[in-house]
Design a protein around this ligand. Sequence first.
Ligand code: 4NP
Length: 160
Amino acid sequence: MPYKILFVCLGNICRSPSAENIMNHLIEEAGLNWQIICDSAGTSSYHVGCSPDRRMTSALINRGFRVNGEARQFEYSDFEEFDLILAMDKENYQNILSLDRQQIYGDKVKLMCDFAQNYATKEVPDPYYGGQKGFENVIDLLIDSCQGLLMYVKNQLKLN
Ligand code: 4NP
């Protein structure tokens, strides 16, 4: 059974699809496509069915990443479906946990920046209403966090 990771933000059009695509890039490089599977979702339904944000997509393509995906909303069954659920910021984290009324799945839910190694930032900032620099910052943070995350998952899977 592959290890399944779900990245979650608010709209599922900027941060979490970026995390998913960056992580998939690292997974492919490591030859672990069959061992680790990624998906993403939003806590809101604002952009369900939409492609990733155009500004985010062009920033990612300029940095050599492919960008796939269509926005969907986080749903209760995701708690069971995924091994690890990564919130981009603390609001996402709280919104996810608030859906776990029986408090069964808390251990699966973590902040993306918990895996960052070179940044002290605790959250991936929402770039939606900012400028181009915000999107670049998201990519930098996510590359760093995804590298740490890959090491963590390899450890969990005893692949080192
Ligand atoms: P995301 O960014 O949560 O990283 O996908 C946002 C996308 C849309 C909105 C806010 C943040 N919005 O308010 O529509």
